[in-house]
Design a protein around this ligand. Structure first.
Ligand code: GAL
Length: 682
């Protein structure tokens, strides 16, 4: 980290607001006045402004127009509200992309995109970088002393890739810097395969699907390009407004962005999340996935508060079937983020526009324009509630006893290796075999009442009792050594199928899996992998019972003991779950993807053996989750019923006061309505 992170100086309460697009309403000046009144009524503290308004700010090259934004900034300041001012690079002005066609992206087939759409500038274009820097400089110069300016919202949801000649040349230069010589590159990429040995740097393409090493490096390169673009955008902001923090909005587990690396360059972690809870039977499993993503943000923030910069107060418009949020679900979504450490909840969007792609996307203010809608009333009630939770502003979540590693490099390496990767994700969470495995283990731990901190491969996990490594497919010798030392000194590690197959170039380890010198730690040899069709299950018998799916490995005991064995298939009787005492610790290996009952049985056993503390010492029914967060007034508990059915929670002799009404105490049997959330003093 090459700078000290800047905190938001004026955050006295949880920020609450939305993306706001007054540039679309310049022909109706009364709308701004009306919006300010409605914002006050809804308890809004802040809005993200100017995200897609480059042309309104610079209608012609070098000609700037700030009057409309001056007015917005001034009106916010007068109302005691803040602006998260966006840099507008998320969508290119038409004049720019027509005059400089090289700023438009080129797809894999070599075709340049037409002007239009958004989030599609070329990542290496010097012109686009220069133009973005120019407008950012103007914005920072103009508003550096403005009392409404609280945060820089740098661009919007950076993502995607460009295959133009300039990006290809940049990729080749990046590879040269990484490998030094072509021999080293050919060796790392195993280029002799299918006669791909490169004899000149200029031969290297950006998209040869037959080369897993190239594909992995391409993903790393694209990620680096985004980070470098973002950092370049921040240069004038940091120079001119050193006290104003910079952030950019992440997209959870988005497949193309290794946010652990981005996190090192922003002052505040911020995320967008649209979990779309609905009334299907498994709605609470979706909520637990949202919880995973919140925990990921908390992890990137080093446990400190982070920002939920976009969610929807109502339905979205892009989900195919766009259901309204059922009563309770909207409040729950907001409180779930807060319970997991959010210091800010912003919606997309404040007001529905009259036209364009998002005119039917949920908003605080509908086309009706009034405060009388259900959604507006909901938002106002939530605004008031968040105002009363101001003691949480600086409150962290307690450090968990269990850590889990989430690693984009393993995900990329697995996804670029032809073989065991096919598994479509479910629902709106961008997903794959790797992420699904992480979700499954997080869900099982959550359902056992165990809190989990999410870490990167570079994080220090030495202080945790248990370290969970779902499908850590790419695992370096250096990390292998840290895992070994962790177990040696008394830690408990849980690894799963697909652990340590490849090293950082995506080349397989030799000498038997798991690689990275971890065979002795787990006391096993993983000989081969059986990929199962979607409808096939393998029985699991032993101390853990249930079934396995998707991926089953045939492993041999080499010091470990078997806890559970396959009950069907030609490998019936062979170990599927093992445990190995190593040094002062224990290493468990789960040689398959398991259905939830087996995973639950495994983690319940672990809970006892490792003497883990549950977040609350109660047996909670399915779909009910308890979370804690510290505040300046002590610990706050959040009890959520994520399911669409009512649930009874047995508090027994335990008694807890309602956070906002200490006269009310909960004990005995507590009935939670569908999607109900309660806030308690712990
Ligand atoms: C986000 C995006 C917003 C808006 C929103 C709709 O991904 O940042 O600008 O499009 O989706 O759900």
């Amino acid at each position: 980290m090459d700078y000290v992170k800047t905190a938001i100086p004026r955050q006295e309460r949880l920020f609450y607001g939305a993306d706001y697009n007054p540039d679309q309403w310049q022909a109706c000046p009364d709308v701004l006045e009306r919006d300010i009144e409605l914002m006050k009524e809804a308890g809004v503290t802040s809005a993200s402004v100017g995200i897609f308004s480059w042309t309104s700010l610079e209608p012609e090259e070098g000609i700037y127009e700030f009057a409309w934004l001056d007015r917005v900034m001034d009106r916010f300041a007068e109302a005691g509200m803040f602006v998260f001012l966006a840099t507008p690079s998320g969508s290119k002005p038409m004049w720019l992309s027509e005059k400089y066609p090289e700023v438009r992206r080129v797809d894999k087939a070599g075709k340049r995109e037409p002007s239009g759409w958004r989030h599609n500038h070329c990542l290496s274009s010097p012109v686009y970088r220069e133009k973005a820097r120019a407008i950012n400089t103007r914005l920072a110069q103009r508003y550096q002393k403005h009392p409404a300016l609280a945060l820089w919202h740098v661009s919007n949801e950076y993502s995607g890739e460009c295959h133009c000649q300039s990006c290809r040349a940049a990729f080749q230069a990046w590879l040269k810097a990484r490998y030094g010589t072509l021999d080293a590159l050919n060796e790392a990429w195993w280029s002799a395969f299918w006669n791909h040995t490169f004899t000149d740097w200029s031969q290297i393409q950006t998209n040869d699907l037959s080369m897993d090493g190239l594909q992995l490096d391409w993903l790393r390169f694209v990620n680096d390009q985004h980070v470098s673009f973002m950092r370049e955008e921040m240069v004038p902001l940091r120079e001119l407004t050193p006290d104003i923090p910079c952030t950019t909005n992440f997209m959870g587990t988005h497949e193309g962005t290794n946010y652990w690396q981005w996190a090192e360059h922003v002052d505040q972690i911020a995320n967008d999340l649209y979990p779309l809870p609905d009334d299907r039977a498994n709605t609470w499993q979706h909520a637990i996935r949202a919880d995973f993503i919140h925990s990921l943000m908390r992890g990137m923030s080093g446990g400190k508060p982070w920002m939920l910069l976009e969610c929807s107060p109502s339905s979205v418009n892009w989900g195919g079937i766009n259901k309204l949020k059922r009563p309770g679900a909207h409040r729950q979504e907001v409180l779930q983020a807060v319970a997991n450490g959010a210091s800010t909840v912003h919606y997309f969007q404040w007001r529905k526009g009259r036209g364009g792609f998002e005119k039917y996307h949920g908003a605080v203010v509908d086309h009706d324009g009034s405060n009388r809608t259900r959604v507006f009333q909901d938002c106002a009630a939530i605004g008031a509630e968040l105002a009363s939770l101001r003691s949480l502003v600086q409150g962290d979540c307690p450090v968990a006893e269990v850590a889990m590693i989430y690693d984009w490099e393993s995900r990329w390496a697995l996804n670029t290796s032809c073989g065991p990767k096919e598994l479509a994700g479910t629902g709106p969470f961008p997903s794959d075999l790797y992420t699904e495995t992480c979700f499954d283990h997080y869900e099982a731990l959550t359902r056992c009442g165990i809190a989990v901190d999410l870490l990167s491969t570079r994080s220090d996990f030495s202080g945790y009792k248990v370290l969970v490594l779902p499908a850590l497919y790419l695992l370096s010798e250096e990390l292998g050594e840290r895992i070994r030392a962790f177990v040696q000194s008394g830690g408990q590690v849980v690894a799963t199928c697909l652990t340590a197959y490849v090293e950082s170039s995506n080349k397989c380890y030799l000498g038997g899996f798991p690689g990275a010198s971890l065979r002795a730690v787990f006391g096993i040899w993983n000989e081969e992998l059986d990929n199962l069709p979607a409808d096939t299950r393998v029985e699991v018998r032993g101390a853990v019972e249930g079934s396995a799916k998707d991926v089953v490995e045939r492993i041999h005991l080499d010091g470990a003991v078997s806890l559970a064995q396959a009950g069907s298939e030609f490998y019936a009787g062979e170990a599927l779950i093992t445990e190995n005492d190593y040094g002062n610790g224990v290493a468990s290996y789960l040689a398959a993807r398991f259905e939830m009952p087996a995973l639950l049985a495994f983690y319940r056993r672990l809970l006892e053996k490792a003497s883990l503390c549950r977040s609350i010492d109660l047996d909670l029914p399915e779909g009910v989750v308890f979370r804690c967060r510290d505040s300046s007034e002590g610990r706050v508990g959040f009890l959520f019923n994520y399911s669409n059915q009512s649930r009874e929670v047995e508090f027994g002799k335990l008694a807890m006061a309602a956070y906002l009404d200490p006269q009310t105490t909960y004990s005995g049997t507590i009935e939670l309505a569908p999607y109900e959330s309660r806030i308690l003093r712990v």
